[in-house]
Unconditional design. Sequence first.
Length: 282
Amino acid sequence: MSDELTRPKVFNRERFPPGVLIIFILVCVNMVGYISVFSLIELHISRHFQVNLHSANHVSAAFNAMIFSLSLFGGVLGERFLGYRFAVKLACILAALGFFILMVPHIMALYWGLSFVTIALALMIPCLYVLLGRLYRLHDPWRDSGFTLVYIGSNIAGLIATSINAPISIDWGVKYVFLISAILMLVALWVFLRYRKELVNRPVRHDFVRLRPDAIKRNRKTGIFILIFSLPLVTLLYKFAQTANVMMIIFGIAAFIMVLYLSRFETPEYRKKLRVFVMLCV
């Protein structure tokens, strides 16, 4: 009996603060949106826009590459300009708009829709994980449990999305897959707005939160301007997807070199982790 009383609960508030569930839901919706596009976009382009399969493959590859490569861009926007919570709200709106645009049967709507979705998901991914990390105190032993739970959820959501996308697209049409993704994004936005107070910072050490209100507004205006300016640029990259893929390879190699260079200035323990990260990515 004494062992049962002293044994820690699996879902206690220290191990999984209430905000973890909010992040869990948003990450799952993010994964569903990503899989909805990546699993179907190549066939969608080749069948509905009279584009040859080789060119459609370039667009699909560009989408996959830019979602992850632009996450660095999204993280910088969230940290220095928008603020992580505001960035997540903005990303949900942009993603929903992008999925609605993808439903329009026109090739330019396809490129613009992909641009909206790409920027939105690349903005959301890093910001959500930063918000998740801030739910725990520095060096909290339960920190890894929160990340593991969210990671498992994202994989389950990806498996479910992959399993149901094909029958929905065959029986009803691809546009209904995009419609479901758009609705899920709006639901995720509602959940985030409704329960945002659960996302309490434990280790508050960040330059952004110390800015004056007018400076925050000025930074957000700059961030929104950068975001709006990036949309036509990404649209252009999708229009010339083959060139974009070559650029992604070049920038990817440069990024790996930069990470290895920056690791020289870190502690030996952190340097090893960065190098392992690079090897796993390769």
